[in-house]
Design a protein around this ligand. Sequence first.
Ligand code: SAM
Length: 414
Amino acid sequence: MAAACALSRKTAAAPQMEAGLGRRRKSSDGGSPPSPGCSSNGQCWEHEEVERPLYRQRLSPREEERLENEHFWKIINAFNYYGTNIHERVNRTEKQFISLPANQQKLLPQFLSHLEKIRKCIDHNQQILQAIVNDCMHMFENKEYADDGNTIMPASTFDMDKLKSTIKQFIRDWSEDGKAERDSCYQPIINEVKKYFPKEKCDVSKINVLVPGAGLGRLAWEIANQGYSCQGNEWSLFMLFSSNFVLNRCSQVNSFKLYPWIHQFSNNRRSADQIRPIHFPDVNPHDLLSGVNLSMTAGDFQEIYTERSMWDCIATCFFIDTAHNVVDYIDTIWKILKPGGIWINLGPLLYHFENLANEISIELSYEDIKNVVLQYGFCFEEEKESVLTTYTVNDLSMMKYYYECVFFVVRKPE
Ligand SMILES: C[S@@+](CC[C@H](N)C(=O)[O-])C[C@H]1O[C@@H](n2cnc3c(N)ncnc32)[C@H](O)[C@@H]1O
């Protein structure tokens, strides 16, 4: 049965979120992190999604409110500016092609018509992005954003890169094309939730599962779809706007499409690969059992979740390396898990703040993390040091990144 009420609820913003979304954001023009791809030291940033926090500083509530509004409109602006930005990129390519000697141009009769096709894909993506941010001012339960009537301004390269990553996240979370990736990243986690909280032994609707860094929400949705009470938490407005769109406004399988690969001009075997669409959502997000409890909170995991012994299970997927200091994450997880509760983790250690000037970043090896986890008192139930996964991989690309993720299940003793 469709559980419209579970999903039609607005994205719930925890009280702390009002501070979290604005106060801790830095102007994205101030020294961007590496774009997806590889930085000069060979470090790969394919899953860089972090909106960068400010140094924690005390601001008046008014100043916080102002910064939060500014941040909100900056991200909306990025969604609106997308088309202009990507068209400029294509125009540059066209200009360069036209500057080639005529005999060389003649060798490539399809080149310009391919660019025309890309232009159509850009316009389509722009329409979807506009649909995503339509009504976003009203998506939070405890916060409204007044329309500021801003005209569209050029957005930073940093924000454009994040928007392109968010578009790719639709593949991972909500398309048939992302199934293999979900099978390798989400399924092991779902299996453990089911194993430690089996339907035969407990009322799963009373088991509270938290998914910090929930991205576009598919893992949280899948856990809720098994009957558990699940809350996703996310601080990126790029992600929150998009998950709100899928979870609350999509109700027909594969009724939308996006062209996530048009931004990739290198490593295409065939031109057609660049302009192939993905369709979403591959499931109807409203098809949850009635009474199932699924919610999303907006804001910084560490600021929102301070209540002790609240959660039966915490599931982190490609998340712990988003920390400035992963020990802080472990500390929060320890405190908010119930005694006897389970923490399931899968992901690499691609520290998001490494190489960012003026950002604290404590990069621990897995060995060090494990030692810290043990010293907190967690007991290891399961551990695999090399689970092969990808993150928003382009299956047809001539270049792909693979991760050998660590996977563990630990228990906080009773
Ligand atoms: C690499 S993505 C993983 C998303 C998702 N779990 C997946 O596997 O596809 C990490 C996510 O964590 C979010 N994030 C980073 N730091 C966070 C924080 N302190 N609180 C909440 N979310 C955070 C980012 O915005 C991003 O969406």
